[in-house]
Design a protein around this ligand. Sequence first.
Ligand SMILES: Nc1ncnc2c1ncn2[C@@H]1O[C@H](COP(=O)(O)OP(=O)(O)OP(=O)(O)O)[C@@H](O)[C@H]1O
Ligand SMILES: [Mg+2]
Length: 316
Amino acid sequence: MSDLSIDTSNLTKNFGSFTAVSNLTLSFRGTKCVGFLGPNGAGKTTTLKMLTGMVHPSSGSARINGIDVQAEKKQALYPCGVLIESPEIYPALTPREALSYIAELHGIPASETPGRIRSVLDQVRMTDWVDKRTGKFSKGMKQRVNIAASLMSDPDILILDEPSTGLDPRGMAEVRTIILELKKQQKLIFMSSHLLGEVADFCDEVAMIDQGRLLIYDTIESVVQRVSGQGAAVEIDLASSDLTGVQEKIQTIPGVDRVEHVDARTFLIRFSGGLPMQQRLLEQLVAAHIGIISYKPSSGMARLEDAYLNLIKGGY
Ligand SMILES: Nc1ncnc2c1ncn2[C@@H]1O[C@H](COP(=O)(O)OP(=O)(O)OP(=O)(O)O)[C@@H](O)[C@H]1O
Ligand SMILES: [Mg+2]
């Protein structure tokens, strides 16, 4: 499935004199998860709608697996599962009924429909609810049915607009687990989100936009390295509060940029050189016999948040 691709070329959408998306050129290849970040009104949903033929671009084009979405919408979207602005499921319908309707829309043969419904409800852990009316479901359960609907055609490409927004922490965690499972199935996932934690946790790459313009598209690690004002850091705790000479000792380790005191027995060590350096740093700290009792890398989310805020200045 490594021939999967999503491309946009100078994709632009004007609403009257207002430009919501401006000359957006992006290209994703292969199986991976790309996070789509940007403040409210940045143009994420509009971009995803153009990618999925729900909105016509003012200029530019979108292609899925090389097929132009505007020119050959049905064929282009054939490999895609789409979840944009979570539709309200008619409350009197059960998941089985709602998904049967989706199956019909996709032209899935009637003989295959029950098996597909079982499979997608299993993936979103809703098997026990197949014949219950969705009107009584929690927001999280409804969203899981929406995700199941996007999976009915067994898509290789998933285009998701804020799949866990509006859910409580448990609902968010459930949706995250589902997407992580989907990621393991060799799909190309393009997903907008405001949750930097979820993007840092399972996206391989990130595209950030603001005011309709692409700010950066790269791997999360590169975005953080290129943009974060802080760079990578680890926090260490030491057994003893006698810290004579310790700060200097750490400072001399090659790759260490700065050593800061956090409290009596805790230091924050800022370093460059990515994961290889993080590994060397731990080895060197142990070899330095400074009485290290814990070693905690700064979270991916904190570093991505730092990069995001640096890039999207004035957006708040
Ligand atoms: N149909 C429309 N008519 C006029 N303006 C629109 C329309 N759809 C979107 N916009 C405007 O385009 C801009 C981008 O909207 P969009 O929904 O794509 O942003 P977003 O990045 O998805 O934001 P959010 O994070 O809040 O979901 C906004 O200023 C929005 O008001
Ligand atoms: Mg949106």
